[in-house]
Design a protein around this ligand. Structure first.
Ligand code: 13P
Ligand code: SF4
Length: 303
C-alpha cells in the first residue's frame, strides 16, 4: 500500500469530518487505518454517539445500515456495496412476517446480523455480546422467536434455559467448525484454552472452555493468566488479539476461517469511497423508524 493512499485517507477524513469504523474481521491494514475497531455492538454504539458528519463502515452492509438507522442525519458510506452477510440474507422481512403470523404472541428477537427491513419486523435486537441480557429482559411467560442464527439461539437457550423458536439461519464461516478440528488443535496445543464465538455449532460451544463474542474473547485473552488459546472465530480477529497481547500464543481452531465478505473492503476502496462518497447507505424513513426501536431497546439494556 502506497504512503500516498494512507496520507490521502487521513487528510480527506479530516476534510469531511469523517470517522472510520472497522470490524475485528477486517484485514490488518484496515484495522490500522480505522479510528475505531470493534465488534458489532461497539460499532453500533460508536455510530450512535459520534460527532462526525460522515461514518465510513469497514464491515458488511448490515453494520452500515445499523449506523444509518442510529444516525439518520449522517452520511454513512460502505466502501464496497457487495460486502454483505450470507446469514443476514437467510431471513427476509416477508418470510419473517409469515413466521410471525404462526407465532402471534411471540416476542421477536433479531440478531444484529439482519437487514433494516427485518429489524423493522422485530421487537428487540441483540448482538453476540448482549444476547443473553436481551433474552433475560423478556418476561418468563413470553414466547420468543429468535432470528436468524440458530447457533447463537441454541447457545443462549443452553445458558438461560429459556425455550425459543429458532430461525434456521447460520453463519457459513462459523457453522462449519467441527469438534474434530478443535480436538486436532487441542492435541497440538494441549495447554491452550478453547475460546469460541457463539455462531459456532452447539457441539463446539458445549465443549469449549469459553464462549464469547469477539470483544468478549479479546477481553478474556487480555485478562487471562493463561498463555495459549485456540480461537474459534474469523481469522482477521487474530491480528486484533495478537496486537493487544503480543506475549500470548493464539491458534485458529481451523486452517480456513475467512469471511470473504468482510475482505471485500480494501484500502484502495476506502480511499475511493472517501473521494467519491460512494456507496452511500440509505434506509427508507418508514423502515428506519421501526428498526430503530429494536436497536434502541437493545442499547438501553446492553451491558
Ligand atoms: P460480533 O462482532 O458481535 O462478535 O459478531 C461476529 C460477526 O459475525 C459479525 O458479522
Ligand atoms: Fe456474516 Fe458470518 Fe461473515 Fe459475520 S462472519 S459477516 S456472520 S458470514
Amino acid at each position: 500500500m502506497s504512503r500516498e493512499t494512507l496520507e490521502y485517507i487521513a487528510s480527506r477524513k479530516k476534510e469531511l469530518n469523517a470517522i472510520i469504523l472497522a470490524h475485528y474481521y477486517q484485514n490488518p491494514d484496515i484495522q490500522d487505518t480505522a479510528d475505531f475497531v470493534g465488534d458489532s455492538l461497539q460499532l453500533a454504539e460508536q455510530a450512535a454517539q459520534t460527532d462526525a458528519d460522515v461514518i465510513v463502515t469497514c464491515g458488511v452492509s448490515f453494520m452500515a445500515e445499523s449506523a444509518k438507522i442510529l444516525s439518520p442525519n449522517k452520511k454513512v458510506l460502505l466502501p464496497d456495496i457487495e460486502a454483505g452477510c450470507p446469514m443476514a440474507d437467510m431471513v427476509t422481512a416477508e418470510a419473517l412476517r409469515k413466521k410471525k403470523a404462526e407465532h402471534p404472541n411471540a416476542v421477536v428477537v433479531c440478531y444484529v446480523n439482519t437487514s433494516a427491513e427485518v429489524k423493522a419486523e422485530c421487537d428487540i435486537c441483540c448482538t453476540s455480546s448482549n444476547a443473553e441480557a436481551v433474552i433475560k429482559s423478556i418476561p418468563e411467560d413470553k414466547e420468543i422467536l429468535f432470528v436468524p442464527d440458530r447457533n447463537l439461539g441454541q447457545y443462549i437457550q443452553d445458558q438461560t434455559g429459556r425455550k425459543m423458536t429458532f430461525w434456521e439461519g447460520y453463519c457459513p464461516i462459523h457453522d462449519v467448525l467441527t469438534i474434530n478440528e478443535v480436538e486436532e488443535q487441542k492435541a497440538l496445543h494441549p495447554n491452550a484454552k478453547v475460546v469460541v464465538h457463539p455462531e459456532c455449532p452447539p457441539e463446539v460451544t458445549r465443549n469449549a472452555d469459553v464462549v464469547k463474542s469477539t470483544s468478549g474473547i479479546l477481553n478474556y485473552i487480555k485478562e487471562s493468566e493463561e498463555k495459549e488459546f485456540i480461537v474459534g472465530t474469523e481469522e482477521g480477529f487474530l491480528y486484533t488479539v495478537q496486537k493487544a497481547c503480543p506475549d500470548k500464543k493464539i491458534y485458529l481452531a481451523r486452517a480456513e476461517f475467512t469471511c470473504n465478505e468482510m475482505k471485500h473492503i480494501t484500502l484502495e476502496k476506502l480511499a475511493r469511497t472517501l473521494e467519491t462518497m460512494e456507496h452511500e447507505i440509505e434506509v427508507p424513513e418508514n423502515i428506519r423508524q421501526k428498526a430503530v426501536k429494536s436497536l434502541d431497546r437493545m442499547l438501553a439494556i446492553a451491558p
